[in-house]
Design a protein around this ligand. Sequence first.
Ligand SMILES: Nc1nc2c(c(=O)[nH]1)N[C@H]1C(S)=C(S)[C@@H](COP(=O)(O)O)O[C@H]1N2
Ligand SMILES: [Mo]
Length: 353
Amino acid sequence: MTITDSGITMEELRLAARNHGMPLEALRYDITPAGLHYLLIHYDIPAVDPDTWALEVDGAVRRPIRLDLDDLTALTPVTAPVTFECAGNGRALLLPRPVSQPWLHEAVGTAEWTGARLADVLAMAELDDDVVEVVFTGLDRGIDGGIEQAYQRSLRREDARDPDIMLAYAMNRQPLLPQHGYPLRLVVPGWYGMTNVKWLTRITAVTEPFDANQQVGSYRMRSDETDPGKPVERMLPRSLMVPPGIPDFLTRDRLVDAGPVDLTGRAWSGHGGITSVEVSTDGGGIWEEARLEPAPSPSSWHRWTHRWDAEPGPAVLCSRATDDTGRSQEMEPLWNLGGYQVNAVQQIRVQVG
Ligand SMILES: Nc1nc2c(c(=O)[nH]1)N[C@H]1C(S)=C(S)[C@@H](COP(=O)(O)O)O[C@H]1N2
Ligand SMILES: [Mo]
């Protein structure tokens, strides 16, 4: 059976016009400037009144608490660069294309987040012994799968204990921008972006696994509608390259001068550190080891570089990352119903002139 692409739909275009990616040339920055960080908002940016906003911690806890922004900033702060990637990054490379936000490669960014430790706040509230998950609720509401809901995600109790998880009130040392979750968001290093609940207003300890839409309806690796699938959690390894040379406006194919070209990019994984990045300039035939720099923190991407002696003619530039666990990247995207975890190798067509 041959499946042909029916073209991007108006629904996808509407989503793409609201939610922008990180321009790939911004891979040059260790810390992505806030305005260049990718953006994904399922519903609308909610209106927040900072004077009345507070975080409620409730459910199966011995001491329900209510914290305003001053209470949260008074707790011991942590700051770390954390690489975010949307679980749908790469979705638009699939055929047939799952209809949702149509990302190619650019749903990524690394900001420096500052916040209180989630573990400290949970310790203040004292979870009951039979708590199995912690549910995070945002202020934004909408309809998904025909059901009206707030944006909500949960973490298993053991995962919520990670001391690196933040209740973040600053991005790149500034208060959060409205689109990135002002005044408070969750930041869970290593997990795909949907985990990082924005406009956080409530944390609820529950004694049964949480089954709302964003937990069981979306973000599962499913082969078809009848498959309950496995949850999407930690980021698969991925490497991206700064496209060298200059682009054609419409096709974005690249024009590069012949001679030595310093290729550079970033690589990350939510399963552990990156152990190698390889580069191919012939579309994945021959691979050479790139020079990999240490990551500034365990939750941040690594920088890599590779010298390429570009000879006149066409070339297809690729890079692929391998992590601590041996996970790596395939050349061809692996299809799944929701279009998640598509970490196929980026391919950049260039003409060397
Ligand atoms: N409340 C709320 N939190 C949310 C979302 C949302 O729509 N509402 N989108 C999630 C998704 S799918 C991603 S990929 C990240 C994107 O974070 P960013 O827009 O700050 O880059 O936020 C997550 N947190
Ligand atoms: Mo996402």
